[in-house]
Design a binder for this molecule. Structure first.
Ligand code: 2U9
Length: 355
């Protein structure tokens, strides 16, 4: 009996080693270990053996089964490696081929994302770094440190999205502007500072010209000798670069914000977007309020600086002639294929922002 088993093992191993491909190998596996295979059939003889031989016979057949399985696995690995080597020898990917038309080429960058990239490019060229912070903020970062008093209308429940109060009575909120990013930067880093803070902001407001979430870019410069002349120059350079014109008319109107003093709203001559004779309000700005500097541990006798804030969605509508704000958030692919930008159209100052 054991001679028969040795012979069978020799035959099967030879068949396994001789299998030329995975299909042939699988045929050997079925003929050996399949339900009616030669090894499996040995087991069915077990019942006809005298009881004292059964145990040894069973163990011997199991050992044979194990050896055949191992031989099959090893041959399989060898054949797979050989098949892969063969493919690697013959198949080539031509990475210089143009992108095939289809879903990848059809993808579009949202106009607000494109404008954000343009704005970052312009300010980066003037030495501004991008700073980021959390969308969920504390009352302290979003309001207190910015010199916004407890009775200010913006703090009332109907303008701010508040979370449920914690057991200690404090409440988290969705930031109403990106200003807490500048606060966090002033608290953690030493001047000179030159940053822009782009991001999503949230206000409990919804009509034709307001959405509950919108996008802002704010800027902050803190140094020892920064003055309004610098502020005006930075904004002028920004407007010229952004609207891609050589000259832009600008009008600074006195305004009031708790976090800046003096504060101004800025209009540009609408000829920049092809509508001569009109003024367009585009941003707010001012010199950082001494209380805000003090709240962040800076001495207002030593340091001063300016800040500005601009709504990205409105800026996008003005530059690209998009009439309806709500379409920005509708996820409409037909709209996006019309107003969206090619993924390859990366804005650069050298290559033209919207070339
Ligand atoms: C710090 C100090 C001062 C940021 C500023 C404005 C003026 C402003 C609006 C533009 C359109 C908001 O999106 S909008 O509705 N923003 O008018 N923002 S000054 O002033 C700061 C910010 C941070 C520490």
């Amino acid at each position: 009996m054991s001679q028969d088993l040795n012979k069978l093992e020799g035959e099967l191993v030879a068949e396994i080693d001789g299998a030329k491909d995975l299909a042939a190998l699988d045929a050997v596996r079925v003929s050996a270990l399949g339900k009616k295979g030669r090894v499996s059939e040995l087991m069915s003889k077990l019942g006809s053996l005298p009881p004292e031989e059964r145990k040894t016979f069973g163990q011997t057949v199991n050992t044979l089964k194990g050896k055949i399985s191992t031989a099959l696995d090893e041959r399989k690995a060898t054949l797979e490696t050989a098949a892969l080597d063969e493919r690697l020898k013959t198949e080539r990917a031509d990475v210089t081929l143009p992108v095939r038309p289809g879903s990848v080429a059809d993808g579009r960058i949202h106009p607000v994302s494109q404008v954000l990239d343009e704005v970052i490019e312009i300010f980066a060229d003037m030495g501004f770094r991008v700073a980021e912070g959390p969308d969920i903020e504390t009352d302290e970062m979003n309001f207190d440190k910015l010199n916004i008093p407890a009775d200010h209308p913006a703090r009332q429940d109907h303008d701010t999205f508040y979370f449920s109060p914690k057991p200690d009575g404090s409440r988290l909120l969705l930031r109403t502007h990106t200003s807490p990013v500048q606060i966090r930067t002033m608290v953690s880093q030493k001047p000179p500072l030159r940053i822009i803070a782009p991001g999503r902001v949230y206000r409990c407001d919804s009509d034709q010209t307001h959405t509950p979430m919108f996008h802002q870019v704010e800027g902050l410069v803190i140094d020892e000798k920064t003055h309004m002349g610098h502020l005006k120059w930075v904004l002028q350079e920004f407007c010229k670069a952004f609207f891609e014109v050589d000259e832009v008319k600008m009008r600074f109107r006195a305004s009031h914000f708790p976090f800046t003093e003096p504060s101004m709203e800025v209009d540009i001559g609408a000829e920049a977007i092809g509508k001569p004779g009109q003024w367009l309000e585009i941003l707010g700005c001012g010199m950082v309020h001494p209380n805000v500097l003090r709240n962040c541990g800076l001495d207002p006798e030593k340091y001063q600086g300016f800040a500005f804030g601009v709504g990205l969605d409105r800026l996008t509508m003005l530059k690209y002639g998009i009439p309806d704000l709500r379409a920005f958030f509708s996820g409409d692919l037909t709209w996006l294929s019309h107003y969206g930008f090619s993924t390859l159209d990366v804005p650069t100052l050298g290559g033209g922002l919207s070339a």
